[in-house]
Design a protein around this ligand. Structure first.
Ligand SMILES: NC(=O)c1ccc[n+]([C@@H]2O[C@H](COP(=O)([O-])OP(=O)(O)OC[C@H]3O[C@@H](n4cnc5c(N)ncnc54)[C@H](OP(=O)(O)O)[C@@H]3O)[C@@H](O)[C@H]2O)c1
Length: 233
């Protein structure tokens, strides 16, 4: 398997929630931190989210800054990274903003079962089955690498973070922590319960910690060689 360099990025409360339990998405970041994330987006080849995030937030996953889009285009790259969704069920809404026909259309990695029920046509997305009942992330990453994706930004949500981290497929994690707790009002968590290789026996390496206004940004990198590292471009 070859795979891209994988960056996980999330904003969370002190107690690890990505959102609260209301219908409206909670703002966990400030303008300066959102601009930092936009810069990270502009530096990658693809941005991925889980189907839960598409359903909850209806994101567009584009580089927001006009200057950054222009700089990418001047360098011969698409103005925004390739957009990717993980959806084993294939149950996605054609009216989501991601599927509005903007080229290149997003890639939806799904299961064989999901591909059969997925309502998206070729003008909405490229639907790629990678597993019969589930989404095999290694196959998806291999496919992305084959499309020239060298750096992948995974922007949530918690289920997808959990899948990537527990499968030891994360090279870097950007965690922005907002100065409050959500407790019983918390919604999705950064990660769920799983067996994580990033344990006390094999911790991540803290490479940056800084304040962005009231937000604490922490950047971690994996520090050990994995059998897959050989194939990272
Ligand atoms: N604060 C932040 O930085 C941030 C960022 C992103 C999202 N969020 C928030 O997070 C929440 C959504 O997170 P979430 O945890 O509910 O959903 P999610 O991780 O975005 O997506 C979950 C979906 O991923 C698919 N999936 C399940 N297991 C998988 C696996 N092993 N590999 C690949 N795909 C798999 C399933 O899709 P199917 O159902 O199609 O089978 C599942 O429903 C929302 O509240 C959103 O606002 C916050």
């Amino acid at each position: 398997m070859q795979r891209p360099y994988v960056i996980v990025s999330a904003a969370m409360s002190i107690d690890g929630f990505l959102d609260d339990d209301s219908e409206k998405r909670l703002t966990l970041s400030n303008a300066a931190d959102l601009d930092r994330v936009d810069e990270v987006r502009a530096g990658v080849d693809a941005i991925a989210v889980g189907a839960g995030t598409v359903r909850a937030d209806d994101p567009r996953l584009l580089v927001r800054s006009e200057e950054r889009r222009a700089a990418r285009a001047a360098a011969g790259r698409p103005s925004s990274p390739l957009r990717v969704v993980f959806s084993p069920s294939g149950e996605l809404d054609r009216s989501a903003r991601l599927f509005d026909g903007r080229e290149p259309v997003p890639i939806v990695y799904t299961s064989g079962v999901g591909a059969r029920v997925c309502p998206l046509g070729a003008r909405h997305a490229e639907v790629v089955p990678v597993g019969e009942d589930t989404v095999d992330l290694r196959r998806a990453l291999d496919d992305l690498a084959g499309r020239g994706v060298k750096r992948l930004l995974v922007e949530g949500g918690g289920i997808v973070h959990t899948a990537f981290l527990s499968a030891d497929l994360v090279d870097e994690a950007h965690l922005a922590v907002a100065p409050f707790l959500l407790g019983e009002r918390g919604g999705a968590r950064f990660v769920g319960a799983a067996a994580f290789p990033q344990s006390p026996r094999r911790p991540l390496r803290l490479v940056e910690a800084r304040a962005i206004g009231e937000i604490a940004l922490m950047v971690y990198r994996r520090d050990v060689a994995s059998p897959y590292d050989r194939n990272i471009p």
